[in-house]
Write a protein that binds this ligand. Structure first.
Ligand code: KE4
Length: 428
């Protein structure tokens, strides 16, 4: 494949944009080489600026669950576009969106819309600190909750991909208030809560981790965490920015029967446009300004175009059989990748929850930060580029999740099998 135009654009981009990208993980630092610049996307397929086509397993990092350029989403945005692009004032769509979110996720009785997952999570921990009067938060190694200061401690995603110890610019005094424990280790949380529970406002967790590559919760882990939080007065925040409306209609909390105090959302609820949200119990959300004293605001929160896209996406996901279709497509993709890796004699661990998955280049099991870090990132990088050249676009990092959409059908599966056979064989 030729990538001349991508290379020329990347050279220009690096002159005026830090690292040539507007988000670090896009820079291919985790796999080497020059990032591909895209021109358009339809269904499960991407076309780059050099005219190359790829089967897409990034899906804009989760939002494109219907597939790219879905008619329902494009139509809704086109209609909204005829009326306004932004009001900076209330409009009916915000009320409908809040009612829809609360009707799908029972633990969410009130919800505030924002413009990104980071805004949602930083607001949720501020609310937890404001409501409890406690200074500390607990996060889990390898989990990523966006780039707010308090989260850039042993974070995943781009922080892990770039091998950053944590981030400069986060004051030591603040970082000290972020406690971390391994994911999937309940005794560790029990010991911490016994010692310091009274200082901890909340435990925030990716119920299914997507930002260390895909890590599934061990049997009983999430319910155990919920019980420990309840016992110690620690608010449980499920960060469902990635899992929300993806691993089940009601997210991971529906899948695992967990009742958090607060939930954060993003990605899917914007249908590809910028929407985040946080919500939970009525009495907790009552602390949020202007109803209460905990301040949070946003110029474009509830933007009418973004809300139109999000509502169209969420309504399409309400059609009968949608999650069964996603599960069938994702299971078939897993089978193809397992078969082709085995046929080529390449040892891999394949982790999957619903339509999120990761192929780790190491022996399993992979269930936490330490076991994920055993993966051979060099071999992943070679596999990534072999797949890219064969027309498959994977997340450009071993420590990210891949995403399946409703547009991944039989033709896409056959394309994947051909590409995977070539790529795995090239690693031999
Ligand atoms: P945003 O601020 O990027 O919208 O959301 C932050 C966030 C919060 N919580 C979870 C569980 C997330 O996965 C994310 C963002 N995910 C990354 C992908 N690993 C976004 C991609 C990027 O950083 O460019």
């Amino acid at each position: 494949m030729k990538h001349d135009i991508s290379k020329a654009l990347f050279a220009r981009a690096q002159e005026r944009i830090p690292g040539g990208v507007n988000s670090p993980v896009r820079a291919f630092r985790g796999v080497g080489g020059t990032p591909v610049f895209f021109r358009e996307a339809h269904g499960a397929w991407l076309t780059d600026v050099d005219g190359n086509r790829y089967l897409d397993f990034v899906g804009s990092w989760g939002p494109m669950i219907l597939g790219h350029s879905h008619p329902a989403v494009l139509g809704a945005v086109s209609e909204a576009l005829k009326k306004a692009t932004s009001f900076g004032a209330p409009h009916a769509g915000e009320v409908e969106m809040a009612e829809l979110l609360c009707s799908i996720v029972p633990s969410v009785e009130k919800v505030r819309l924002v413009s990104s997952g980071t805004e949602a999570t930083l607001a949720a921990i501020r609310l937890a600190r404001g409501a409890t009067g406690r200074p500390c938060i607990l996060k889990f190694e390898g989990c990523y909750h966006g780039h707010a200061d308090s989260f850039l401690v042993k974070a995943g995603s781009g922080v892990e991909t770039l091998g950053l110890p944590d981030s400069p610019g986060v004051p030591e005094a603040l970082a000290r208030l972020t406690l971390t424990e391994p994911y999937n280790d309940l005794p560790a949380v029990e010991r911490l809560f016994e010692q310091r529970g009274r200082e901890i406002a909340c435990a925030i967790i990716e119920p299914v981790v997507g930002n260390m590559g895909l890590l599934a919760p061990k049997e009983g882990y999430l319910k155990g965490l919920e019980a420990l939080c309840r016992k110690h007065g620690v608010l449980l925040i499920l960060d469902e920015v990635m899992t929300g409306f993806r691993v089940a209609r009601g997210g991971a909390q529906e899948l695992y029967g967990v009742k958090p105090d607060l939930t954060t959302f993003g990605k899917v609820i914007g249908g590809g446009l910028p929407v985040g949200a946080y919500g939970g119990r009525r009495e907790l959300m009552a602390h949020i300004a202007p109803e209460g004293p905990v301040y949070q605001a946003g110029t474009l929160s509830g933007n009418p175009l973004a809300v139109a896209a999000g509502m169209a996406c969420l309504k399409a996901l309400g059609e009968p059989g949608v999650y069964e279709r996603l599960e069938r497509a994702s299971a078939a993709i897993e089978q193809v990748l397992r078969e082709e890796a085995r046929a080529a004699g390449i040892p891999v661990t394949f982790n999957r929850v619903g339509s999120m998955w990761t192929l780790f280049f190491c022996e399993g099991p992979v269930y936490d930060y330490r076991s994920a870090k055993k993966a051979d990132t060099g071999r992943f990088g070679r596999f990534f580029h072999a797949m890219l050249e064969a027309g498959v676009y994977l997340p450009p990092s071993q420590f990210e999740a891949a995403f399946v959409s409703l547009a991944h059908g039989d033709a896409e599966l056959e394309h994947l099998r051909r590409a995977a056979r070539t790529a795995f064989t090239s690693l031999g």
